[in-house]
Design a protein around this ligand. Sequence first.
Ligand SMILES: Cc1ncc(COP(=O)(O)O)c(C=O)c1O
Length: 374
Amino acid sequence: MRVPFHRVSIAPGVGEAVERVLESGWLTTGEECLKLEQEIAGQLGVNYGQVVTVSSCTAALELACRVLCDREDIVAVPAMTFGATALAPLHAGQRVVVVDVLNESLNLNPERIPTYADCVIPVHYGGAPADLSEICNGERIVIEDAAHAWGAEFNGEKIGRCLYGSKQTDAACFSLYATKPVQCGEGGFVVFRELEKADEARALRQHGMSCVASEMGLGGRYEIISPGIKANLSDLLAAIARAGLSEAENDRRIRKALAVDYDRSLHKWVRVPIRDERSSNHLYPIRVAPMHRDEVARELDEAGIQTSLHYRSLAYHRGIAWHPHVEIHQTPVANAAGEEIISLPLFPSMTPEEHEYVVESVQNAVGNLLAVAK
Ligand SMILES: Cc1ncc(COP(=O)(O)O)c(C=O)c1O
């Protein structure tokens, strides 16, 4: 049997949605993006003007940094993340400090945030919320990297609301990339707490133009009012994301059931993630002793199971660690965890047979190693 790391779930109605856009005569940013923004806002319970669809979560992070931070501001990011979390503020002109994470959740350790940081980008690793109660101190800017976290909650509120009881963040950035909880291939969106900031980002996502193609009258007159980037989402992709969004809650329940099953079957064999009821369960990263990790991954690969690695510490990526505007702090927890992790397949269209096969294969791989060690 072959089990991919991820198999796309084709949401009901996606074919009709694509046809609808093709027949509309308009492919790029327009009515579908607006509807997607409205539906996201509806699910979060925020004003739709706060939501800005973009071409990726990376672009969402960059726009949030441009709108909320000054150039040269210091932005703290966790070492256990995808490079985009650090690259986005660099592209926006800020300086980056990479700090360590907590050993249990692999989320940013609030005690490691330097007092001189102007902004923090916590990542909700694997979909489990970072500890915003410690991170949001009311003084620094907080931009959530919620690439994994659609459907997750903090303080009883959906991640993305930016208001979590007595705590608030400035923006939350989501990914619509091919493997994420809501997906359209490539895409993303950012929710700002303040409408004016969203308006600024909406202009910046399309070169900083005063009005865009779908709104143009007067013979196409517009002005570039601020030097923006090209990061708008196409209507074709927005229509696919809208179909997925309507299935997201159901998908989240399936992911959780699969994760709980993995916990039950694997906790005696490997270190399983800490169960967090508030998580979106985007990833299922098991941890094995560093000396066995590559061997277990190789055996799973030979059994036809595709795995992934989330993540090698940012301290080990030259393009980030050697950048003149990056400071790497001591990150022993992230460095060690990056040598132990194997992310197992976990996706809503996974069949019981596929799930069982992954469980058996992990047990076999680890069992073989233990037998050799004896
Ligand atoms: C934690 C994290 N942040 C940001 C991103 C960037 O997302 P995108 O590919 O939509 O730009 C990813 C993508 O995998 C991610 O995992």
